[in-house]
Ligand binder design. Structure first.
Ligand code: HEC
Length: 113
């Protein structure tokens, strides 16, 4: 019983190494580096729709719009606080004059949009 389990584990391990064997690799001093192929999840880079100019100009430098879309629906005050946090805590270079347009856009967002 134990032997059968070990054999199954060995098959799994050899299967795994076969899967990566086709990727390019380089070895030196007992260390092997292998290339792997990674598919990143998709993320919306920009904010869609009307009234998005200010938010696209100020809010996608450090992270994509997806960072906003995963938030729950928030009040205008909560979005104002969030924009203030981006500016004061994270140092986002957002012009004071753009803040009202950004907050209006955010407050009009529907969940999952
Ligand atoms: C200077 C870089 C920078 C800019 C520009 C920026 N952010 Fe962020 N933002 C961050 C960082 C850093 C985080 C935290 C990321 C983490 O926790 O993984 C963040 C997180 C967030 C989050 C997730 C909730 C939270 O508080 O962590 C939201 C929503 C958000 N940003 C909205 C905005 C909006 C709206 C703007 C434009 C006004 C903006 N960001 C511009 C750096 C920035």
């Amino acid at each position: 019983m134990l032997r059968a389990t070990t054999a199954a584990a060995l098959v799994l391990l050899s299967g795994a190494s076969l899967a990566t064997a086709s990727e390019p690799s380089v070895s030196a001093n007992g260390v092997t580096l292998r290339s792997v192929t990674i598919t990143y999840p998709t993320s919306s880079r920009d904010f869609p729709g009307p009234g998005a100019d200010a938010i696209n100009a100020n809010c996608v430098t450090c992270h994509s719009a997806g960072m906003v879309f995963v938030q729950p629906p928030l009040s205008k005050q909560a979005w104002t606080d969030e924009v203030t946090k981006m500016r004061k805590v994270y140092g986002a270079p957002v012009a004071e004059a753009d803040v009202p347009e950004i907050v209006d856009y955010l407050a009009a967002l529907k969940p999952g949009q």
